[in-house]
Design a protein. Structure first.
Length: 106
């Protein structure tokens, strides 16, 4: 299992980039709406049932994607988390919300 990112890890946040907080599974229409709204510089944080997307290789995730480690563990996704996805703990999530001026919850 990957270790959660330390809260002081650098994350890019320039201009009008947006943090997207997604808690719906890939089967939900709001999941697809979120994915369509993502811009190249945006960051996606998967939480709650959205972490199920990590187990589905047919779901394309953007390069700047994080997932809450506690939600991954709760859904049996402790190992084999997708390459390129950063696991964050609650403190890391708070750090993300502090670094982005624009936040959208889906």
């Amino acid at each position: 299992m990957k270790e959660p990112v330390e809260s002081n890890a650098p994350l890019k946040c320039e201009g009008q980039v947006t943090l997207h907080l997604l808690n719906k599974p890939p089967s939900h229409p709001r999941f697809h709406s979120c994915m369509a709204a993502l811009q190249a510089e945006d960051h996606l944080l998967l939480m709650e049932n959205a972490v199920i997307a990590l187990a589905d290789s047919s779901v394309a995730l953007p390069p700047d994607t994080s997932a809450l480690v506690r939600d991954c563990l709760a859904r049996g996704l402790a190992e084999g988390v997708r390459d390129g996805v950063t696991l964050v703990d609650t403190r890391g999530m708070v750090e993300l919300t502090d670094r982005f001026q624009r936040i959208i919850s889906w």
